[in-house]
Design a binder for this molecule. Structure first.
Ligand SMILES: [Fe+2]
Ligand SMILES: [Fe+2]
Length: 433
């Protein structure tokens, strides 16, 4: 009889094992999904832990992430371990070595008291009824640990159970490895961003220092380069350029006259209208500026071109090359207008600044001759918007002064100029202050 019963019992065990196996595969599939789809690391670990506890009917457990800097496990998720279970557990080098050598294989707390870790946390582990500690090791790196209480049945863990734990722990290890990799990537990206910002700041500071140095040389036009930079920036913004391009326009304005550092100081500071010979000398500054700026790697490629062509006119009567409209780089057209506008609106040694109405009429008259019409319109639009309070801040008022911006009929002059411009949609602004 006994001999006949043996195969029946074997069959039942086989069937139980098969059910368990199917269940485990299901849990593993879910774990894999969790690891690859969940956005939050905390959620992934928590769900993975519940799946592990559930698939083997384990009462309590927890998952910790290892910090190689602090040499400690930090708990990420726990169930049923009790309030007193430590949130972080430190490791000595010997513990680390042992955990690493165990790989993913579960260590029985009861039999591991020779390790300092199990001696130090003996009471905590016992109080929380932790039976197994599973080091999470992937590619020879200790990533964390899973702590498991006893099974609900009270039966000891079989080697088959431990195999399952091992497989599921690997998935949790992958989740932690992914998280670590992401954290490292974020850290490097932040570091790069910071480096780039530092570099950019150093570049901008250098540009401003140069602008100040150029302006120092010309005592009558103090602040000219800085103002041309600001006007160029405002015009570019009005034209809808991107943030980087606007910054590029500002830099181009700051540096447009850098070639003047090669021109004799007495010529720049001449308190009279310079003669033809002196004029030839001075007219070399765009080319000199280009030669100075060209070898430098600028974040904005138009910077040397703006220096070279800021005295060109779209009717071809400018210098140094007498280029026509479309031959002139757009940035040079912006800086050209900003440059002339500043010359007209500031006092010079041989003449005082011109009245606002006079200046804007002149710009309008020369639109299409010296200046590019779309650039003139952008400047007018920017000033008009500020007069109507439709722009943030009052940069033009700061540059031109209150008196200038409040001169009579300014808004009407600008509005008429804009509405009269051929091929341009009439401005929508209707009210006048
Ligand atoms: Fe110039
Ligand atoms: Fe200039």
């Amino acid at each position: 009889m006994k001999a006949q019963l043996e195969p029946i019992k074997g069959l039942r065990e086989l069937s139980e094992e098969r059910t368990k196996l199917v269940h485990t595969f299901g849990a593993l599939a879910e774990l894999g999904h969790e690891v690859s789809h969940k956005q939050s690391f905390q959620d992934t670990v928590r769900t993975s832990m519940h799946l592990l506890l559930g698939s083997l009917a384990i009462m309590r457990g927890g998952v910790a992430r290892y910090s190689p800097f602090a040499h400690e496990f930090n708990m990420v998720a726990a169930r049923g371990l009790g309030e007193e279970f430590p949130l972080s557990l430190s490791l000595c080098p010997e513990d680390e070595r042992q955990f690493l050598s165990c790989g993913l294989y579960p260590i029985e707390a009861e039999h591991a008291r020779v390790l300092p870790f199990f001696q130090i946390y003996d009471r905590s582990l016992e109080r929380s009824k932790v039976a197994l500690a599973v080091p999470l090791v992937l590619r020879d790196e200790l990533l964390g640990a899973v702590f498991l209480g006893e099974k609900a049945s009270g039966e000891p863990y079989t080697s088959y159970d431990k195999e399952i734990i091992c497989a599921m722990a690997r998935h949790i290890g992958v989740a932690i490895a992914q998280r670590n990799m992401l954290a490292e990537l974020e850290r490097r990206a932040n570091e790069n961003r910071k480096l780039y910002e530092d570099l950019r700041m150093a570049y901008t500071d250098t540009v401003k220092a140069f602008a100040a140095a150029i302006d120092r040389k010309d005592k009558y036009t103090e602040g000219h380069s800085v103002r041309v930079g600001k006007y160029s920036e405002l015009i570019a913004a009005e034209l809808g350029w991107s943030e980087d391009e606007i910054e590029g326009a500002a830099v181009s304005g700051y540096l447009h006259d850098i070639g003047k550092i090669t021109v004799e100081r007495k010529l720049i500071n001449a308190p009279y209208r310079i003669n033809a010979k002196e004029s030839v000398e001075l007219s070399k500054h765009p080319g000199a500026g280009y030669d100075i700026l060209r070898p430098i790697h600028h974040p904005y490629e138009g910077v040397p071109l703006a220096a070279k062509y800021h005295h060109e006119r779209i009717d071809g009567r400018g210098y140094p090359d007498g280029l026509y409209d479309r031959e002139i780089p757009f940035i040079a057209k912006i800086v050209n207008l900003a440059d002339s506008f500043d010359a007209m609106t500031t006092d010079r040694p041989y003449k005082r600044r011109r009245p606002a109405g006079d200046v804007f009429e002149d710009l309008q008259r020369n639109s299409g001759k010296q200046f590019a019409p779309e650039v003139v319109q952008a400047l007018f639009r920017g000033i008009l918007k500020e007069l109507y309070g439709e722009s943030g801040g009052r940069p033009f008022r700061k540059l031109l002064g209150r008196e200038y911006m409040e001169s009579e009929g300014l808004a009407i002059t600008l509005k008429n100029a804009l509405n009269g411009s051929a091929g341009v949609a009439p401005i929508t602004l209707t009210s006048v202050d």
